[in-house]
Design a protein around this ligand. Structure first.
Ligand SMILES: [Fe+2]
Ligand SMILES: [Fe+2]
Length: 182
């Protein structure tokens, strides 16, 4: 799926949906942080401002949509518990623009994969949410990879993607299942 080197066991979705409020809270913060990371990236890619701002707006819209589902369930946003998956992935590679773009592309690809599984396992408003978001995260993945290809040689992008995707697959496999997107 989208250049990922592993597939998530579909059973994972049932574990994630075991606590809807916790899953939605983790998800809301994930969207909020995604918007922030894209805004930060814009500082390094001013020529891609239009495309990045469009992504940031979408991530904020996702955040608002997930927050509204929490409100509908009588729950607030709650504090951000943080993500071990994201923290560990951030330590892979370096601070170069190429690695940053590819790490962001990997997170989007994994989010796409997870939302597909969640859409298949959920019902009602949650199924609708995940089905709508999966397309959007796949498009974000494609944009980050495209931005990398516009700036770096094909072979180098391929080599860094392979290395980071290998690390990402290992991190995803060793992160315990829970009511989280990752
Ligand atoms: Fe999103
Ligand atoms: Fe995204």
């Amino acid at each position: 799926v989208l250049g990922l080197q592993s597939r998530t066991d579909p059973e994972w979705a049932r574990a994630a949906l075991g606590d809807e409020i916790a899953l939605l809270r983790d998800h809301a913060h994930l969207e909020r942080k995604a918007a922030g990371h894209v805004i930060t990236l814009l500082g390094r890619l001013p020529d891609a401002a239009d495309r990045l701002l469009a992504v940031a707006r979408e991530e904020l819209a996702h955040f608002e949509r997930v927050a509204a589902l929490l409100a509908r369930r009588g729950a607030g946003l709650g504090p951000d518990a943080g993500s071990d998956y994201v923290r560990r992935l951030a330590r892979e590679g370096d601070g170069s623009l190429l690695d940053r773009l590819l790490r962001m592309g990997l997170i989007e690809a994994r989010s796409y994969e997870r939302f597909c599984l969640l859409a298949a396992a959920a019902s009602g408003d949650l199924r609708e949410l995940y089905a709508d978001l999966e397309k959007s995260e796949a498009a974000h993945h494609a944009l980050f990879v495209k931005l990398a290809h516009e700036r770096f040689p094909r072979e180098r992008v391929r080599a860094r993607w392979d290395a980071l995707a290998g690390a990402e697959a290992a991190i995803a496999a060793s992160t315990p299942w829970g009511a989280r997107v990752h």
